[in-house]
Design a protein around this ligand. Structure first.
Ligand code: NAD
Length: 335
């Protein structure tokens, strides 16, 4: 089977090539993302393999169907960038990698918290210039602080336990509370209770119509002044345009984001010799209490290996055995 891999970076090729020796897919790598403009590449392929910022809206899926694509293999867990109804209507199956390393993402959320709190990024730069002053580097003890976790799925559960291990009080919100977590000492609360009580809030839920702009002017008002807000899930969970005002007023005391609402145009690209046109991210970067990473929370060797093996496993199961494994479809989402 012929597979068109979109949005390819050198590291994707390394891990997919290594894993493909056991799968024997005919892979063509495209650096371009999948969009309306690049969908025509697929005319001679059976499947596409795509990532978080590839665009699979109705128009693109219609073009894929016309070109004979039978399978969309997401090499990620989130599927908010795919019009699942359109894929179903066109008879294209959609599969994903439901978990590649929830530890990687949970640990990255911790890295954001630790860096923002203890300002090790600033110390690193200072000491390299022989500036050994501590002015402005003061942090706080995490021990005893209240951490609010929104979404306690695979990543949220691991993150909650990490924070518990650091001596934090952890409260959580999820429409489907996890019994095991409750037994570990994590209390579920309403969203409002979580906003009110948390010193740190970490978003670990998927982006859905229900969670779109979950963090907005209204929810922010309910939070503690100086709250630390962490988002490693999806940019659209936060109404990004409220952030500058909230940082200027001190409502948000620390902001750590690995995802950004308009990330498609900038993340995963080296724009260091260009004029970046996104004024909002450029303003956010100027705050000393903001830490932005470009969707790298998943990026460990374990995760990359798992992504390649599950993606290729999904593809070969579909074409060689007629099995749709790790499927996402509209009925499953509704259920
Ligand atoms: P998961 O499906 O295991 O868990 C999601 C949890 O969110 C579930 O428990 C679900 O009940 C809960 N949830 C659903 N709607 C909710 C709502 N309205 N409010 C609160 N909770 C809600 O997913 P996961 O593997 O833990 O991943 C979580 C998210 O992390 C993914 O959707 C993805 O967007 C993101 N992610 C980011 C990266 C990265 O590199 N930054 C990597 C992987 C995943």
């Amino acid at each position: 089977m012929k597979v068109a891999v979109y949005s390819t970076k050198p590291y994707d090729k390394t891990f997919f090539d290594a894993e493909n020796s056991g799968h024997k897919c005919e892979i063509t790598y495209f650096e371009d993302p999948l969009t309306e403009e690049t969908a025509f590449y697929t005319s001679d392929f059976d499947a596409v393999c795509v990532f978080v910022n590839d665009q699979l809206d109705h128009t693109v899926i219609h073009q894929l169907a016309k070109n004979g694509i039978k399978l969309i293999a997401l090499r990620c867990a989130g599927f908010n960038n795919v019009d699942l109804q359109a894929a179903s209507d066109h008879g294209i199956a959609v599969v994903r990698v439901p978990a590649y390393s929830p530890y990687a993402v949970a640990e990255h959320a911790l890295a954001l918290i630790m860096t923002l709190n203890r300002k090790t990024h600033r110390s690193f730069n200072r000491v390299r210039e022989s500036n050994f002053s501590l002015n402005g580097l003061i942090g706080f003890d995490l021990h005893g602080k209240t951490v609010g976790v929104i979404g306690t799925g695979k990543i949220g559960r691991i993150f909650s336990r990490i924070m518990l291990g650091l001596g934090c009080k952890v409260i959580a919100y999820d429409p489907f509370p996890d019994e095991g977590l409750q037994q570990s000492g994590i209390a579920y609360a309403t969203l409002d209770e979580l906003y009110l009580a948390s010193d740190i809030i970490s978003l670990q839920c998927p982006l859905t119509p229900e969670t779109y702009h979950l963090i907005n002017e209204n929810s922010l008002q309910k939070m503690k002044n100086g709250v630390m807000l962490i988002n490693t899930s999806r940019g659209g969970l936060i109404d990004t345009k409220i952030l500058v005002k909230a940082l200027k007023s001190g409502k948000i005391g620390y902001l750590g984001i690995d995802v950004y609402e308009q990330e498609e145009a900038i993340f995963f690209k080296d724009l260091s010799d260009q004029i970046v046109q996104d004024d909002l991210i450029m303003r956010l970067i100027t705050f000393p209490n903001v830490l932005i990473t470009s969707h790298q929370a998943f990026f460990t060797d374990t995760a990359m290996q798992n992504i390649a093996s599950t993606s290729l496993g999904n593809i070969t199961a579909f074409f060689n055995a007629g099995k749709i494994q790790n499927e996402v479809n509209p009925d499953w989402v509704k259920a």
